[in-house]
Design a protein around this ligand. Structure first.
Ligand code: CA
Length: 330
């Protein structure tokens, strides 16, 4: 049955629609304003709010019937002699087309993550739209060379002599760095952006959760803060941070002993980061602690990956929960 549907779908579209195209398109929407998703997918079927998160969903659920040619073999007897015959007829087969796409945004309307389920028949039109969006928005950036021109750190991200990646809600400001680059077993990662219990400063910190499950078969996970969002070196972005000499951040673990790697830079592509530095495999403490990455000898002329953390399952077999606050270049 399933093969037949795939075949029909491939006839209907130019090229064969795949769920890979769907995921590629949804990834391209991550970090963008949800308004763009409305342009791509049409207005959603509904929305739900959970705390600061808003879940928009697009849903197709319809039943129908198709005619499938069937052959049946009949057996009969003439006297004591068996005779066989075959009959071809059309059978009405009920089918169900369903698809559910969910986009989760923060309270500023920035798409944080997505999920979907359904079958080809139900998702085909969404796949087509997402694929068109991907080809318009993402693919050309790989083809068109752009003049390399780094921006000076924007004043809105600068406070005194610091460039703030995150202290309160600045990560929602797309003019800075955005935690858009979810890597490895990214489905094992969750975030509460504006976590209010025991922040290091102000009202908020970020609460990150890693389940330790190999949701994508990787055995590790992590998140890059990027400018612009989702920039894996294919877009001319980032900032010239040459006037700064260190990256500092505050972290604490839920229980203490969580082992993570933190760093900056290292994204390669047409517009690569000009530096990379990291603190490898730190065991977090239960209380807030400040960490410093020395950048005095680094070329910070273009940094598109302003900050990252990675974690692996071998070091944290049961996963881990940790908190970040006050991430800044100084
Ligand atoms: Ca804070």
């Amino acid at each position: 049955m399933q093969k037949i549907f795939i075949f029909l779908l491939c006839l209907g579209l130019s090229g064969c629609a795949t769920f890979g195209q769907m995921e590629r398109g949804l990834n391209a929407l991550q970090g963008r304003d949800v308004q763009i998703a409305f342009d791509v997918l049409g207005y959603p079927s509904g929305k739900q709010e959970f705390g600061n998160d808003i879940v928009y969903y697009w849903q197709v659920d319809s039943s129908g019937a198709i005619l499938l040619p069937q052959t049946s073999t009949t057996t009969g007897y003439v006297g004591m002699t068996p005779v066989y015959g075959s009959t071809t007829y059309n059978q009405v087969v009920p089918v169900n087309y369903n698809c559910l796409i969910k986009l989760v945004t923060d309270d500023k309307g920035v798409i944080k993550t997505w999920e979907y389920n359904g079958n080809y028949g139900g998702c085909a039109s969404y796949i087509k739209r997402l694929n068109r969006y991907y080809n318009q928005e993402e693919a050309p950036k790989f083809k068109t060379p752009q003049k390399i021109e780094t921006k000076e750190a924007k004043s809105n991200m600068e406070q005194g002599n610091k460039f703030i990646l995150f202290d309160e809600q600045s990560m929602n400001d797309k003019r800075g760095y955005v935690p858009s680059g979810w890597m490895g077993d990214y489905q094992a990662i969750k975030i509460e952006y504006n976590y209010t219990n025991n922040p290091h400063s102000g009202l908020y910190c970020q609460k990150w959760f890693y389940s330790g499950k190999k949701t994508n078969g990787q055995g590790w996970g992590g998140v890059f803060w990027q400018n612009p969002p989702n920039n894996w070196g294919n877009v001319d972005g980032g900032f010239n941070l040459s006037k700064f000499s260190k990256l500092t951040f505050w972290a604490r673990g839920e229980n203490g002993g969580e082992v993570l790697t933190f760093g900056m830079g290292g994204i390669t592509g047409r517009y690569s980061d000009s530096a990379k530095a990291e603190l490898s495999k730190i065991a977090l403490t239960k209380e807030w602690k400040q960490y410093t990455i020395d950048l005095k000898d680094k070329n910070l002329a273009r940094i598109i990956g302003g900050f990252f953390w990675t974690v692996n399952e071998a070091d944290n077999p049961n996963g881990c929960t940790f908190y970040l606050d006050d991430i800044a270049y100084e």
